[in-house]
Ligand binder design. Structure first.
Ligand code: YOG
Length: 134
């Protein structure tokens, strides 16, 4: 049975979010606000179709895609850089590669016990986030 990421998840830890934001070129004032946030993720997984809605009191970001199919991502409200994104399975991990101006950009989601993990990568920076079910 495939892993099911569906659910509502609350951020409980956020390691090196600052480094990740600096690598993305997010300005100081925005970083100051962003690092105070405790975003929530609402994930809906239906076969190969996924939607990941990241919400916060400051900004929201919505991503919808089909696993294995490349799509255009606009990163609106984040760094606003367009990239070509592809999400695939690596065993039980969901791996996204974001091809664009920034090298080595992407993320990986996986489940560990009752927790949802997310690794966000950009250039030489790695941010590690952990979420718990709401
Ligand atoms: O998740 O790509 O789950 O899209 C990363 C923020 C902060 C805005 C959030 C708003 C990167 C200001 C999305 C935070 C920093 C800072 C809540 C992570 C950029 C701007 C939206 C992400 C994937 C995987 C799905």
């Amino acid at each position: 049975m495939p892993v099911d990421f569906s659910g509502t998840w609350n951020l409980v830890s956020n390691d090196n979010f600052e480094g990740y934001m600096v690598a993305l070129g997010i300005d100081f004032a925005t970083r100051k606000i962003a690092k105070m946030l405790k975003p929530q993720k609402v994930i809906k997984q239906d076969g190969d179709m996924l939607s990941i809605h990241t919400t916060s009191t400051f900004r929201d970001y919505m991503l919808q895609f089909k696993i294995g199919e490349e799509f255009e991502e606009d990163n609106k409200g984040l760094d606003n850089r367009k990239c070509k994104s592809l999400v695939t399975w690596d065993n039980d991990k969901l791996v996204c590669v974001q091809i664009g101006e920034k090298k080595n950009r992407g993320w990986t989601h996986w489940l560990e016990g009752d927790d949802l993990h997310l690794e966000l990568r950009c250039e030489n920076q790695v941010c590690r986030q952990v979420f718990k079910r709401a």
